[in-house]
Design a protein around this ligand. Structure first.
Ligand SMILES: C[S@@+](CC[C@H](N)C(=O)[O-])C[C@H]1O[C@@H](n2cnc3c(N)ncnc32)[C@H](O)[C@@H]1O
Length: 234
């Protein structure tokens, strides 16, 4: 991931992330007046949706550049640079969209999040899961992420002392004018790692994608997001 380097182009290239963050907020709204700590807030898609519910938001991200853009975009939240993968400050409730799947050990991260919450404290969680970007993964191979499916994520939460009260999987076919536009958009949103293909292989990959995943609007890519409303137990 390269979010710090791509903070200036993230918003314009993260339409799916924006829609999923807004859907997550609507899926299980917080009570007005609630104080929520958001983890991996990026430029503030979920932050803005939570504020619209009358929630007070402590928005955190480990990228100073993302926090700077977030502060401009959503000034009514309280922004802080903070690593969400280690111990975090005590919080009444946590919310996060599009972050946890980047952790190399999500169980350890969930244990830190559980430790920050009181018994019964809420975790509102959204994250991409299998079959997200399956067309691309079938062509390029897996990596840099290890992709989990819905059952695996729900099991991880259960084993980290969270009780899942409600969950849902949103799956959409996002369209792009061409495979090149899809690749550019992923690159500019910061979700790609270090280049794994030389220019020749990349060109042939783009040609294959255009050929295999054509639709009326250009090409399609499956995006899938798991929405979870959970509470801390034990
Ligand atoms: C895909 S973006 C999602 C941003 C936002 N939640 C959204 O829905 O648009 C992932 C965000 O997590 C942040 N991030 C990555 N690793 C992090 C960590 N260890 N602690 C806190 N934030 C992290 C990145 O800087 C980036 O802003």
């Amino acid at each position: 991931m390269r979010f710090q380097d791509r903070a200036d182009t993230y918003e314009a290239n993260a339409a799916p992330q924006r829609r999923f963050a807004e859907a997550l907020a609507a899926f299980a709204p917080f009570k007005p007046g609630m104080r929520v700590t958001e983890l991996g807030a990026g430029t503030g898609f979920l932050t803005a949706a939570l504020l619209a519910q009358g929630v007070s938001v402590e928005a955190t991200d480990n990228s100073p550049a993302m926090v700077a853009f977030g502060q401009q975009a959503v000034p009514n939240a309280h922004w802080q640079v903070h690593d969400a993968f280690g111990p975090i400050e005590p919080a009444k409730a946590l919310a996060s969209s599009g972050l946890l799947h980047w952790a190399s050990n999500p169980s350890a991260v969930l244990r830190h999040w559980r430790a920050a919450l009181p018994q019964g404290g809420r975790l509102l969680l959204g994250l991409p899961c299998d079959p997200c970007l399956i067309e691309l993964r079938e062509l390029v191979g897996e990596g840099p992420l290890f992709w989990r499916d819905k059952a695996q994520w729900l099991n991880l939460l259960k084993n980290s002392d969270f009780k899942v009260k409600a969950h849902g999987l949103l799956e959409v076919a996002e369209t792009y004018p061409s495979a090149l536009d899809l690749f550019r958009s992923l690159h500019r949103s910061g979700v790609t790692g270090a280049p794994r293909l030389d220019p020749g292989n990349l060109r042939s990959l783009i040609r294959d994608y255009d050929r295999l995943h054509r639709c009326d609007e250009g090409v399609y890519a499956t995006w899938a997001w798991l929405l979870v409303d959970a509470v801390a137990i034990n």
